[in-house]
Every structure is written in C-alpha cells, then in structure tokens.
Design a protein around this ligand. Structure first.
Ligand code: IPE
Ligand code: IPE
Ligand code: MG
Length: 233
C-alpha cells in the first residue's frame, strides 16, 4: 500500500459543463468525491492523503467560481472540526493562507488545533489551498536566506533537508503516488519538490466521477511499477 497518495482534483468544470450545470455544481460533487476517497484511504491503510484543491493560479477564475470554492472550503472545514476526532483523520491545510477570508483562516486555525490533539494512529488528510509548488520553494528560499543573514546558518550547511523542512509538507513523507484525473497530463505546479521520485498515474476520468474502484486501479498500477530511485533492481 502506498504510504502517501496525492491527487490533483481536476475535471469538475468539464463534468458540470457536460450536464449543462454551472461549474460550481461540479466543485460541489467533487467535494463529495474528496470525502469518499479520503475516508476510503483511511480504511485501506493509506496513512497520508493529500489533495490539490486551489492553486495559486486559480484566483484568475471568475469571482463567482472562486466564491463557490470558498464556500465549499468553509463547509468542509466546519465539518472536519466536528468529525475529525471520531473519524481518526487529522485534516491539515497546506498553502499560503494570507489571502483567504478571515473566517476561513479562523476555521483553518481551529482545524489545526484539533488535528494536533489526535494521536499517532490518526491518518492525515491534507488540503492544498492557495498552494503553488514554486511559491512554496520561493518562500522556503526566503526563510533560509533570512537565517543566513541573521548569522544562524552557514550557506555550506544548507542541505536538501534544510529546504524540505521549510516547505508546507515538512511534516509529511514524500508522496509515493500522484494521481491526476481529467485527462490532463501535466503537473500544474503541484508538489514540485516533493514529487522527485513519485509515481504518476493519469486517467481520463473526471474527478466528480472518480470512485473507490478507480483508486484501487491506480494502486494496482502503482504496485506493478519498479521503483529504483536511481539505483539498479
Ligand atoms: C478542478 O477542476 C478544481 C479546481 C481547480 C478548483 P476544474 O475546475 O479545473 O475543472 P476543469 O479542468 O475546468 O474541468
Ligand atoms: C490544477 O488544476 C489545480 C487544481 C486542481 C486545484 P487546473 O485546472 O487549475 O490546472 P490547469 O489550468 O488545467 O493546468
Ligand atoms: Mg482543471
């Protein structure tokens, strides 16, 4: 079983368009898919599940679509705060929260506080909101530079671990399997640093249609791969 699975939740808009519905309807169904797959991951023993919910580039979408996404984040975070302990899943948010509405920032704070109280046995579901891989690495570089300027870090002591520890994912292992539904075969700025040796799985299924069976298929595919990490096997 992969220890950490990440998903770019893509295809909501096309799913809605095919049905003559507003894009927001696709996002609402996509959020349901997220709930189903996150629960399933925990049930089958995947310890870490990470999803791409809003990129640093998605703000250029129409305001009503962005607002609809914010409303879904609100709803999910409220629900997570109430059910997290009982479900044994620690919900965490990764990304730059600064431009998010204040009430969502407060909900994220509350969610983090509850997640911190869950023990070792809990699975982790991470929601990447206003996340961008380049933004993440840039921020990490800035913080490392500040430590150098303050005289607490010598440039020759900067290692891959120094950078990794400054990323939003500092507390997570690298993803083993990254799934992108919807037929797009690109990264779109997701987990650029962390995906160095991830196995990618691309499928034409649109995210709102993605089922637990599709996740099983992705995991079966993953299990047929030979991961060499640059070595010989
Ligand atoms: C992914 O679905 C969700 C977000 C980016 C928030 P899209 O909205 O990108 O769906 P498509 O790609 O237009 O079908
Ligand atoms: C990536 O999907 C971001 C999320 C799913 C949150 P996009 O739909 O924004 O990516 P592009 O524009 O097709 O590359
Ligand atoms: Mg898309």
């Amino acid at each position: 079983m992969p220890r950490h699975i990440a998903v770019t939740m893509d295809g909501n808009g096309r799913w809605a368009k095919k049905r003559g519905l507003p894009r927001s309807a696709g996002h609402a169904v996509g959020a349901e898919t997220f709930r189903t797959i996150a629960t399933y991951c925990k049930d089958i023993g995947v310890q870490y599940f990470t999803v791409y919910a809003l990129s640093t580039e998605n703000w250029k979408r129409p305001k009503e679509e962005v607002d609809a996404l914010m409303e879904l984040f609100r709803k999910y975070l409220r629900e997570a705060a109430e059910t997290m302990a009982e479900r044994g899943v620690a919900v965490r948010v990764l990304g730059n929260c600064t431009p998010l509405p204040d009430d969502i920032k407060a909900l994220i704070g509350e969610t983090e506080r509850i997640a911190d109280t869950l023990g070792e046995g809990a699975a982790t579901a991470s929601l990447c909101i206003n996340y961008g891989g380049r933004n993440e690495i840039t921020n990490a570089a800035r913080r490392v530079a500040e430590r150098v300027r303050a005289g607490t870090l010598d440039p020759k002591d900067i290692t891959e671990e120094t950078i990794g520890a400054e990323l939003y994912t500092a507390h997570l292992p690298d993803p083993d399997l990254i799934i992108r539904p919807s037929g797009e075969i690109r990264l779109s700025n997701f987990l650029l640093w962390q995906s160095a040796y991830a196995e990618y799985y691309f499928t034409p299924i649109l995210w709102p249609d993605f089922t637990t069976r599709d996740l099983d298929d992705a995991i079966d595919d993953f299990n047929r791969r030979s991961r060499r990490f640059g070595g010989v096997k």
